[in-house]
Design a protein around this ligand. Structure first.
Ligand SMILES: Nc1ncnc2c1ncn2[C@@H]1O[C@H](COP(=O)(O)OP(=O)(O)OP(=O)(O)O)[C@@H](O)[C@H]1O
Ligand SMILES: [Mg+2]
Length: 408
């Protein structure tokens, strides 16, 4: 049989499937019925030792394109279904190809959110999940072109929902999206979602009676806009208000976003803060900090230290009026900020906490004092204040552990 399979390693070879028959007519023991959303193409699911895969039949060129896009998005840590491979070639009937994706376990097509064991406060959860998905994709430069409830999957997430992109066929990846592209995506989302919710209402399958399809669809844009604005708006402040950079980075972190680079632009004695937020995978901060500074610390500590390093960099580059290599900045931050702060702590108190935790607490204290003062108090003032009001009162964690160990 004339078949070509482009697939990731570590997956089944799928060669025992009846590829010479159109997908719709397949008769195979591997086929399983799974709830799915509506769509134009034939989509069926197969089971390999408990691992489920979705097979979607579509013209070859489109299958390959979608495969690439899904892989690229996954590489950027976007919430998308995992693309496994494409089967194409003259052996497939009607010049079609088949895109294979890994079935997203525990995923719920939106229809199931309203039936069976529903989701509490489903309207809000659905809106938040879809708006956040769209924001994440847009930050990564992905233009969806067909955002809808059927082209997303939902997973329960500690009482809330998180949304995944399942259908990237109409998408395009750009370095950055224009305002027009984002607006277009939102228009499409609004229209699609209103239509989908109206269909659900007509089908009378348990949609809450007070859920207004059109008004709900419009609300997506509102939630999207407020999240987008929180993540990307430029902020203006005075030169000695560095703690406000910290403030902003913390808010982004709390929303589940991170910032790779921050830029400070001086205008008429004021500074403008510009950031490029993005999504990161677990353990990212730890690896990044280790690579830059040699400090091997825990994930949250690393995130905090990296935030400080970035804001240090932005200030340093403004002062020097040029961009500096990462390694130079990292080295200077390590000696002029991190090690200097730790060295300002009296020797006998230094071992009470791990250095990274100690530094983190100093930063917390600096932020707290700066916030109260309305200006950045600086690390030199923050350390003694922290030592006297906090560290002296902290039990020595290292010796507590040592004593415990002796008791055993
Ligand atoms: N990897 C997967 N995991 C879980 N469900 C999936 C997966 N792939 C597809 N599905 C289900 O199949 C449905 C249809 O898939 P998809 O949206 O990719 O094709 P389509 O809708 O036919 O394409 P189009 O939107 O262009 O008409 C989805 O809504 C989803 O419910
Ligand atoms: Mg679809």
């Amino acid at each position: 049989m004339n078949l070509q399979l482009v697939a990731r390693t570590g997956q089944p070879d799928f060669l025992d499937l009846p590829w010479d028959v159109p997908l719709e007519e397949w008769d195979s023991e591997r086929l399983v019925e799974v709830v799915r959303g509506i769509g134009r193409h034939v989509v069926r699911f197969v089971d390999y030792d408990g691992a489920l895969y979705a097979l979607k039949e579509l013209p070859g060129r489109l299958a390959e394109r979608e495969y690439r896009l899904l892989r690229d998005l996954e590489e950027q840590s976007m919430p998308v279904v995992e693309a496994v491979g494409v089967v194409s070639g003259a052996g497939i009937p009607n010049g079609q190809a088949v895109l294979i994706t890994r079935h997203l376990d525990f995923s719920l097509p939106y229809r199931s959110l309203f039936t069976g064991r529903g989701v509490i406060d489903v309207r809000n959860r659905l809106l938040d999940a879809l708006a956040e998905l769209l924001v994440r994709l847009h930050l990564g430069g992905f233009f969806w072109g067909d955002c809808s409830l059927s082209n997303a999957l939902f997973r329960r997430d500690a009482g809330a929902l998180s949304a995944y992109l399942v259908d990237a066929e109409t998408g395009e990846l750009h370095p950055e999206l224009s305002e027009g592209q984002r607006t277009y995506d939102l228009d499409v989302a609004e229209e699609n979602v209103a239509g989908e919710l109206m269909d659900l209402q007509a089908a009378a399958i348990g949609m809450p009676p007070d859920l207004d399809p059109v008004e709900t669809a419009i609300e997506i844009r509102r939630r999207y806009d407020s999240l987008w604005c929180e993540l990307t708006r430029e902020e203006v402040f005075g030169p000695d208000e560095r703690f406000r950079v910290d403030d902003r980075l913390r808010r982004l972190n709390a929303l589940g976003f991170d910032v790779e680079e921050i830029e400070l632009i001086g205008v008429d004695g004021e500074l403008r803060l510009r950031l490029t937020p993005h999504v990161v995978e677990p353990g990212h901060h730890q690896r990044r900090l280790l690579a830059l500074t040699g400090l091997d610390v825990q994930e949250n500590q690393a995130r905090r230290l990296l935030n400080d390093l970035r804001s240090f960099r932005a200030y340093l580059e403004r002062e020097e009026g040029r961009t500096l290599p990462q390694s130079v900045v990292a080295y200077r931050w390590l000696s002029e900020v991190f090690e200097k702060a730790v060295a300002l702590v009296p020797l006998e108190l230094r071992s009470k906490l791990e250095p990274a935790e100690l530094f983190h607490e100093i930063l917390e204290h600096r932020w707290y004092l700066s916030e109260a003062a309305g200006r950045d108090v600086g690390i030199e003032a923050a350390v003694p204040a922290y030592v006297d009001s906090v560290l002296r009162l902290v039990p020595d964690e290292r010796s507590v552990l040592a004593e415990d160990a002796e008791d055993v």
